[in-house]
Design a protein around this ligand. Structure first.
Ligand code: ADP
Ligand code: MG
Length: 234
């Protein structure tokens, strides 16, 4: 069973004039340990689909299985638990809480998991160290750069030890050098066996992934393994 499986996923948004269909029946399987880049023009439905995968939104029709659980059949509590245990989400805009230190930001998801404060802070500091921010554990998000804020957001996404990281244009607000640093963190996570689904506009970012899925107008246009220079016959 894949870690992510969708069948016939349809998403309609209400408009003043009626309904807008943002996803037209999306079928996708992602196996544990895959690194998938989701690509496509602006407005093609990438974020809509990611929000459904992240259980931040529900589809109108179709089914979604996360780690073999059919999301649409779970109660609110069951869904919150599954999401906490399975998923980490990284956004383009970092979404850190400005009045909390980096340690407190990273530790926050563990409050909902019912873990005691010393253990929360120990795990948060360990992850901040992993993403290269050991010196800033007590800093506030406003005092660090955008690239560093995104590292904090990645650490926060990892704190529940999820199987899957979903990232929606995580390098969209970063310059290319900082973006390379962030991509090397995702590559390391992939090597550690974490499943990664990452939305990007940039083909050089997508080349880090082993599979590329293109959306167009709310449908999957293509789904193929990443071609690497060494795989192309001369
Ligand atoms: P992408 O992430 O690929 O740029 P989105 O998933 O954000 O695309 O949007 C897909 C389509 O759905 C777009 O046409 C967008 O305008 C529309 N859309 C997204 N969110 C909403 C919303 N909350 N209400 C109405 N339309 C929306
Ligand atoms: Mg988007």
């Amino acid at each position: 069973m894949p870690v992510i499986k969708t069948r016939g996923v349809i998403k309609d948004y209400p408009l003043a004039s009626g309904w807008f269909r943002a996803l037209h029946g999306v079928d996708l399987d992602i196996r544990g340990g895959e690194y998938v880049a989701v690509m496509g023009h602006s407005g093609s439905g990438k974020s809509t689909f990611m929000n459904i995968l992240g259980c931040l939104d529900r589809c109108n029709e179709g089914s979604y299985w996360l780690n073999s659980h059919e999301v649409g059949r779970l109660s609110g509590d069951e869904l919150a638990r599954l999401r906490n245990q399975t998923l980490g989400f990284v956004f383009q805009g970092f979404n850190l809480l400005p009045r909390m230190t980096l340690t407190e930001n990273v530790a926050l998801p563990l409050v909902y998991a019912g873990i005691a404060k010393p253990e929360r802070f120990r795990r948060a500091r360990e992850l901040l160290e992993k993403v290269g921010l050991a010196r800033h554990v007590d800093a506030f998000p406003t005092k660090i750069s955008g690239g560093q804020q995104q590292r904090v957001a990645i650490a926060r996404a990892l704190v529940n030890r999820p199987r899957v990281i979903l990232a929606d244009e995580p390098t969209g607000n970063l310059d290319s050098r900082t973006s390379d640093d962030i991509m090397s963190i995702f590559r390391q996570l992939h090597e550690e066996g974490i499943t990664i689904v990452l939305v990007t506009h940039e083909s050089d970012v997508a080349e880090h992934a082993s599979r590329q899925v293109y959306f167009r107008d709310g449908r999957i246009l293509s789904d193929q393994a990443t071609l690497r220079a060494e795989d192309v016959p001369c």
